[in-house]
Design a protein around this ligand. Sequence first.
Ligand SMILES: NC(=O)c1ccc[n+]([C@@H]2O[C@H](COP(=O)([O-])OP(=O)(O)OC[C@H]3O[C@@H](n4cnc5c(N)ncnc54)[C@H](OP(=O)(O)O)[C@@H]3O)[C@@H](O)[C@H]2O)c1
Length: 340
Amino acid sequence: MKSVVHFKPGDVEVLQVVERPVPEAGEGEVRVRIAVSGVNPTDIDARRSRAGKVQRFREPHVPGQDGAGVVDAVGAGVTGFTDGDRVWVWDAAWRRHEGTSQELVVLPARQVVHLPADASFDVGASLGIPALTAHRALTSFAAGPAELRPGTLQGRTVLVQGGTGAVGHAAVQLAVWAGAKVVTTVGDERKVVLAQAAGAHHVVNYRESDVRDEIKRIAPAGVDIIVEVNAHANLPTDMSVIAPHGGISVYTPGGGETRVPSYQAMTKNVQLSFILTYTTAPAEKDAAVRSVSAAVEAGALAVGEAAGLPLTRFPLSDATAAHAAVEQHTTGKVLIDVAD
Ligand SMILES: NC(=O)c1ccc[n+]([C@@H]2O[C@H](COP(=O)([O-])OP(=O)(O)OC[C@H]3O[C@@H](n4cnc5c(N)ncnc54)[C@H](OP(=O)(O)O)[C@@H]3O)[C@@H](O)[C@H]2O)c1
């Protein structure tokens, strides 16, 4: 089978396509024939990590946390899957050497999830990192909900900072699906159109307007939940627009150390939550997978320009260009077509 591998950390040039033996599905495992692999910034971080040191891995590393395809083999003791089932996978390369940028990947059955017949592999390959992170960011507060379904955010106002990023887009869609009034910030006018296409009720161009004033005008009583892509840049604004007893979920620190306006936070009894999708507690991850699956089933997590998330795709042979596109902050989702 064809795999994208790297034998040492580094820039995109370390990636190469090689032929490798087909892996067997062991007990409790499922082998998935990947059709589409989703590329995320975390894949870039993983590839570069410890870059600069002269180091070779003992085993080749295959990048790619996210992907979608069909079940190709089922290991002993696995129930609920049959060869040919359409599936999406999550956290494939977390603490493992085998990711989704290859024709076949073997994973614990828990990390393989059924994909409805009417959901494309492009949707399936865009779920793992972005949508599971977004779900956790929207559900990490004492006031709840712990799991999203239609109506669970009814009456709440959610601010998604950076609503056209992959995570931000999923957060907008999930919050809309759950019934929230959704406000989002974006960095240019094309992204205003994209965020509206994703379903955001109010879009603020953070480079051209005073976000604090705009949010206060849109939500005079404050916003209940904030999903934050750049805490370093935005936490002072977040703290000023958050409603009393609201919650702020930080999934990216942004550059440098973040100063927390703690007096303001205390006065409002604000909850500050830090999210890393990989280390989310198992019950929270299960809730995210269930909820995201339900949202996919309902058609609420669409991708593509018309749904606010333009797709940029590359063949497996050009995985280097796919990684470069993510490094260059291509708007929307970068996908690798693994199947011919
Ligand atoms: N903690 C976790 O578990 C977790 C999970 C997934 C991703 N992440 C991290 O989250 C970040 C985003 O991932 P992604 O896949 O969504 O990337 P992405 O698709 O490149 O999106 C990043 C978005 O952030 C926006 N942005 C940057 N600074 C902003 C600011 N000050 N205010 C508002 N928006 C701002 C960008 O918009 P403009 O270009 O218009 O500014 C862009 O839309 C990456 O650093 C990634 O590593 C963390």
